[in-house]
Design a protein around this ligand. Sequence first.
Ligand code: NAP
Length: 247
Amino acid sequence: MKKWIVVTGASSGIGLQTARQLLENGYCVVATARNAQLLDQKFTTYSDTCIILPWDLSDPDRIKEYASLVHEKAGAVYGLIHCAGAQKTLPIHMLKSSNLTELFQINTFSGLLLVSAFAKKGYYMEGEASFLLISSLSAHEGAYGKTAYAASKAALEGFVKSAAPELAEKGIRINAVAPGVVRTTMVEKHFQQLTETQRNSTIGEYPLGLGESQDISNLLEFLISDKSRWITGQTILIDGGHTVRKC
Ligand SMILES: NC(=O)c1ccc[n+]([C@@H]2O[C@H](COP(=O)([O-])OP(=O)(O)OC[C@H]3O[C@@H](n4cnc5c(N)ncnc54)[C@H](OP(=O)(O)O)[C@@H]3O)[C@@H](O)[C@H]2O)c1
């Protein structure tokens, strides 16, 4: 039986690496991001096992429609990995309802609403399904100038804890993963705003060096599989030793 996993943010970084790794390891993937052309370019070689479904997940009123389209094309899913997200530097004096809404819609609301939509009877494989949300280390130790981003990720972790017992009754596990700095397009853009000294200082705070997307996809693959069948309601930090570094 095919095991379909919905991977959002599949056109770039952690989502792209995760989707590819799952496909290579025998899973089927629904690959979503906004850029249809990029998705086509990345996933054309997997025509039988990959459904390319471009979608803007920042519209909360259309998440049910998205899930219903996935259901129509793939049937009940084995897993959901919500990697789509955005980061913004917004000092506190610049916070406004418009930029907060923009950030929370893609980082937070879409995650909660995707879980809600895919937890509908018939939309997930009962007793096997695993849902994963991507938080961030910034939700644990803060990130200067990124208050809204950190808050949007911390909200996911509160949700995961509360949702786990409710979803366990349906046979669904739910967990979050909170990475430290991983080399992706998102981080390249952030690094461009820093001086060389600031960049080196960040790199120096990671005893095992900065992360690569594969470091995260390996954990996500474990958490999506039944090898992690006794883990739910957790946020797993993955940070190359950053939080336990020698200061
Ligand atoms: N890299 C890190 O150091 C790091 C650390 C902690 C947490 N994270 C989290 O990990 C996740 C992946 O980050 P990344 O570094 O891999 O970022 P990335 O390379 O910038 O990829 C972000 C992905 O999200 C998609 N996306 C953005 N807005 C979307 C929308 N409205 N609808 C649908 N898809 C959308 C993008 O595709 P389109 O632009 O085509 O839509 C892209 O595929 C994010 O949630 C991020 O917050 C990253």
